[in-house]
Ligand binder design. Structure first.
Ligand SMILES: [Zn+2]
Length: 141
């Protein structure tokens, strides 16, 4: 079912909330790994390594932090794209159903509201998503 203006507003707020939270987390991540470190500023890398080792003891190690940061940056990108789609008026549509409706999607090209609430960054309806996932597992075999 096409989303009403009210629905779009709801999802826009949901996306913005998620974005804000994510930016906050990314900020924390940065502060805990590379920020506010006097040794780093003086260019003393051996000291920096000690500092990191210390930090890894009570928090996550640097590699892990960066892996997480890159995952979160990618999610941030998805959130921004979803917000763009809200503006363009294509939010909530399955990008594959727009070209050819999926036989199982009774409401093509729309993604179900339930799915959008769970995954507001979704660009595929659940049926096309399932197809894409099974394609992927086929590749692995
Ligand atoms: Zn679809």
């Amino acid at each position: 079912m096409a989303l009403t203006k009210k629905d779009l507003k709801f999802f826009e707020e949901l996306l913005n909330e998620k974005k804000e939270k994510l930016l906050q987390e990314l900020g924390n991540l940065e502060a805990s790994t590379v920020g506010k470190n006097p040794l780093e500023q003086s260019g003393d890398l051996s000291g920096y390594a000690y500092h990191l080792a210390d930090q890894a003891a009570d928090a996550m190690d640097r590699e892990h932090a960066f892996a997480m940061a890159s995952r979160e940056s990618r999610y941030l990108l998805y959130l921004n794209e979803a917000l763009d789609r809200v503006k363009e008026g294509t939010f909530g549509m399955c990008k594959k159903c727009r070209k050819a409706a999926h036989a199982k999607n009774p409401d093509s090209p729309w993604i179900t509201r339930q799915r959008l609430e769970a995954v507001p960054t979704a660009t595929l309806c659940i049926w096309h998503k399932q197809d894409a996932d099974s394609e992927k597992s086929k590749d692995k075999d």
